[in-house]
Write a protein that binds this ligand. Structure first.
Ligand code: ATP
Length: 365
């Protein structure tokens, strides 16, 4: 089926569909009944800690690993069990694996020459070199290129085949932080320009949030959460997602209304209206460190939730300062303050922490 074509139900056919996809290595279940749909033209990130099954999932989509059970459909076609070259999918790996003796142009042209592409070859290679901004380096060998430029050649080599889905396995892993950040923006631009689905595997949650329009968080072979970065960040729903995607302060207490819990010491923490409707017993709630306002007793306090405590640690991170505050009611909480704030606190200072119930999410235990 063509991009954007419709299935019989009327909804557009997803670029990638996984149905109960499972991979076992002897006793180990590396990927455990994963089902998901990825639409056309998405930048999709698969994230999770080391060993959670990201690469195995990607390898099954690419056809490099045979599933133990389940189905893989690409643009509506069942490709489970078909060879990698039969799929309109290309992969960019962390190791660029460029041919050292060939120049940039020939590295990119290599696959096309093998396929017997004729008069069109020069135009196609030049078009892609233009896209990755390497036209000026077409005659250079890989060793004459920076890490970021080599990564662009690897990307060009995958894109020149006009895949309908591009798989990226930690493609920026070998780059230093500054280059990595530049390439994140670059990759996103390229994805938008070529308009195909990118599936990007990374353990770097910040990288995923920078680039992806949909994120799937994997934990022990399963997808624990899927959604837009902002949606998942603001309402992570489980302690694992709250801790993996950014930092969180979690507090446990007894449900004391539709929108509040009472901490063990008796203090109330309010959450978004109705977020605890129909709940009783114990519940855990969370707040992101940068959503907390830090002030001195009696100074202009934000309305909403309020705890008192003592600063135990302070680290200066350039744009922000990270504090640890030992609170009376909820243990040690992390607070991130942008460095435009007028006041700085030191370990030992008594402080008041305030934050909005709208920034307080509920997590299931
Ligand atoms: P990382 O971020 O470290 O690459 P990952 O999330 O990509 O991790 P996978 O590489 O998919 O994880 O591995 C998932 C699990 O399957 C791990 O426990 C790994 O040791 C195991 N595994 C992967 N490939 C094989 C294999 N060929 N044989 C046996 N076990 C494997």
């Amino acid at each position: 089926m063509n991009p954007g074509s419709e299935s019989t139900a009327g909804a557009p056919t997803p670029a990638v569909e996984l149905v109960d996809l499972t991979k076992r290595f002897d006793d180990l279940v590396a990927v455990d009944q994963v089902s998901l749909e990825i639409d056309e033209n998405r930048f999709f990130a698969l994230i999770g800690p080391s060993g959670c099954g990201k690469t195995t999932t990607l390898r099954m989509i690419g056809g490099f690993e045979e599933p133990s059970s389940g189905t893989i459909r690409l643009h509506g076609e069942d490709v489970t069990g078909s060879k990698p070259y039969k799929r309109l999918v290309n992969t960019v790996f962390q190791s660029y694996a460029l041919f050292p003796h060939l120049d940039v142009f020939e590295n990119v042209a290599f696959g096309l020459r093998r396929q017997g592409v004729g008069p069109d070859l020069d135009r196609r290679v030049n078009e892609i070199l233009d896209l990755v901004q390497l036209s000026h380096a077409a005659t250079r060998r890989p060793r004459q290129l920076s890490g970021g430029q080599q990564q662009r050649v690897a990307l060009a080599r995958a894109l020149v085949n006009h895949p309908r889905v591009l798989l990226l396995d930690e493609p920026l892993g070998a780059l230093d932080l500054k280059l990595r950040k530049e390439m994140q923006i670059e990759l996103k631009r390229i994805q938008q320009e070529v308009g195909i689905t990118f599936i990007h595997v990374t353990h770097d949650q910040e990288e995923a949030m920078t680039m992806a329009d949909t994120i799937a968080v994997m934990n022990k072979g399963r997808i624990e959460r899927i959604g837009e970065p902002v949606e998942i960040y603001d309402d992570p729903r489980t302690p694992f997602v709250a801790g993996f995607l950014g930092a969180s302060n979690l507090m446990e207490g007894q449900v004391s209304g539709n929108d509040s819990i009472t901490l063990p010491g008796g203090r109330q923490v309010r959450v978004k209206p109705g977020a605890l409707a129909n709940r009783t017993g114990k519940a855990a709630v969370g707040v992101r460190p940068e959503k907390i306002h830090l002030g001195r007793e009696g100074a202009d306090e934000e309305p909403g939730n309020r705890l008192t405590g003592v600063v135990t640690d302070r680290s200066f991170i350039g744009v922000s300062t990270h504090y640890l505050v030992k609170t009376d009611a909820a243990g040690e909480l992390a607070v991130v303050v942008q460095n435009i704030a007028p006041e700085r606190f030191s370990p030992g200072n008594a402080v008041v922490l305030t934050w909005s119930p709208m920034h307080t999410f509920v997590v299931s235990q």
